[in-house]
Design a protein around this ligand. Structure first.
Ligand code: ZN
Length: 493
């Protein structure tokens, strides 16, 4: 994610747009925690027990205890939604295939929309709500440990009217909707196990009024036109964290092509934008192949089978690294390529390798901001190290900037400035400390590693690749609420 504050343009667009306002993530997350604490925990299953027990209501994320659910792992989602732009209504069915990680008497899914019906393995199942976010499902017969099962949830409602934990992430007008958000979005449009640790393949079918388009992750498989409605079927072939799934519906100009390496790309730009912004956004989205080629020089092969981007007319206030197809607000033309670099860098750091817990967020934003800095010419300095030293010097030791421990920032501060900037500085300091060769080897090993990674995993890999003891280094940069001393050990001399 990258917040984007609209700056005055040199060339005035014909239609004046409102300035983007940052979302109140801090307040929302704090409220989410408060709500969790009021509700209290659900009894976790007893490990090794033969008797069926309830799956836990959360995945065990220390910042967001209700995110995700315990007791099963989803392999595939089949999401079929109809979206009515004029009423803001969404009617749909999510069917997902999962494997039980324990013998389950019941389990939860994350969904804020009102539920109409639930079935498990084709049999109607009882369900209830423990709160706005959690749907508790009790199958007719318990599910055996390690068994594969299919859950079907039907729902209908107006996502834009629903807030949970103080957050209302739905973005829509009467002419366009885009489901983009972090850390939460999935539960507003499909029944999910909504934590980055449960990745799955998705088929998404969005039904819109004839004449409109619907865009999602992955590849466009089919467009089925009826008399009133059109169904757009998208398939994401590589497993994805639920928050990285998106769809947008409205009127778009769609462009397709292939990169020099043969990677298919598909870009979409909202026709609701004024002509100037459409031209600029189209030019910006077309930078995608060039940016991917540059990033591959650092990180190795692009990790997915398709790419592209979408520019919405909605005033999102941020861009997001939705897997295979990031979503952007209207931010101008080629001069904003740094934002494309940021979101595409996340395809490796964030999407291919996702946080293990939301506490690890700097592992997404630090590398993405660092690569954005390199692309942008080291902030005007001659070398990346000169950029690091001048940035270090320019932020006084008593600045609040240094107070945030970015390795454990707290749930209300996931997207605070230091997560990005101190995170990027950490990457350059590490590069200076272990040398270019080991640094590049570390990045490449990390992005080819497991689907999720924690800060502890990253620091262990850095030590293994470099053969150095980096405990004090990472402690100074990630877990100390003060400015790292200007020492060689800290990569600053
Ligand atoms: Zn980001």
């Amino acid at each position: 994610m990258k917040r984007y504050v609209v700056k005055p343009r040199v060339v005035k667009p014909r239609v004046k747009r409102r300035a983007a306002k940052p979302r109140s993530i801090k307040r929302a997350a704090a409220a989410a925690v408060a709500l969790c604490c009021l509700i209290g925990g659900t009894t976790a299953a007893t490990a090794g027990s033969q008797a069926p027990t309830p799956g836990s209501a959360g995945m065990g994320d220390s910042y967001f205890p209700q995110y995700g659910n315990g007791g099963y792992d989803v392999g595939h989602y089949d999401v079929r939604n109809r979206v009515e732009l004029d009423t803001g209504r969404l009617v749909g069915v999510t069917a997902f295939r999962a494997v039980a990680g324990q013998s389950l008497s019941r389990f939860n899914v994350d969904l804020v929309l009102p539920v109409r019906a639930v079935s498990v393995n084709g049999h109607r199942a009882a369900f209830s709500r423990t709160n706005r976010h959690e749907v508790q499902i009790r199958p007719r017969t318990p599910i055996a440990d390690d068994a594969s099962f299919v859950v079907r949830v039907a729902y209908a409602g107006r996502p834009g009217a629903i807030s949970w934990g103080g957050e209302r992430p739905w973005q829509a007008s009467r002419r366009e909707v885009v489901a983009m958000g972090e850390p939460q979005m999935a539960a507003w449009w499909f029944a999910a196990n909504d934590h980055p640790r449960d990745k799955a393949v998705l088929d998404v079918r969005i039904t819109v009024e004839r004449g409109l388009q619907a865009i999602s992750n992955g590849k466009l498989k089919a467009i089925t036109r009826g008399t009133r409605w059109t169904v757009w079927h998208w398939r994401a072939d590589e497993p994805m964290a639920p928050y990285l799934a998106f769809f947008a519906a409205g009127r778009y100009t769609i462009e397709r092509g292939r990169t020099a390496d043969g990677l298919p790309w598909l870009n979409a730009v909202s026709k609701e934008l004024d002509p100037y912004s459409r031209t600029e956004s189209t030019a910006l989205m077309r930078q995608t192949p060039r940016v991917i080629a540059w990033l591959e020089g650092w990180l190795g092969p692009y990790p997915f089978s398709t790419t592209g981007g979408l520019t919405t007319s909605l005033d999102a206030g941020f861009a997001l690294e939705n897997q295979t197809r990031p979503t952007y607000p209207s931010v101008g033309g080629r001069e904003s390529t740094w934002l494309v670099v940021h979101e595409l860098a996340h395809q490796w750091f964030g999407d291919r390798v996702s946080v293990d817990n939301w506490r690890d967020i700097w592992l997404n934003e630090g590398p993405a901001t660092y690569l954005e800095t390199l692309w942008s010419g080291n902030g005007g300095e001659a070398t990346p190290q000169a950029w690091l030293l001048s940035t270090w010097e320019s932020i006084p030791a008593n600045s609040d900037f240094w107070k945030l421990k970015i390795g454990d920032p707290g749930p209300g501060r996931l997207f605070d400035g230091p997560i990005y900037d101190r995170g990027a500085m950490t990457m350059q300091a590490l590069r200076h400390r272990i040398g270019d060769t080991d640094f590049k080897a570390l990045l490449r090993a990390w992005v080819r590693g497991p689907a999720n990674g924690s800060t502890a995993d990253f620091t262990a890999l850095a030590e293994s690749v470099s053969g150095e003891d980096l405990d004090a280094f990472f402690d100074a940069w990630l877990f100390t609420g003060s400015r790292p001393a200007r020492t060689a050990d800290n990569g600053l001399a």
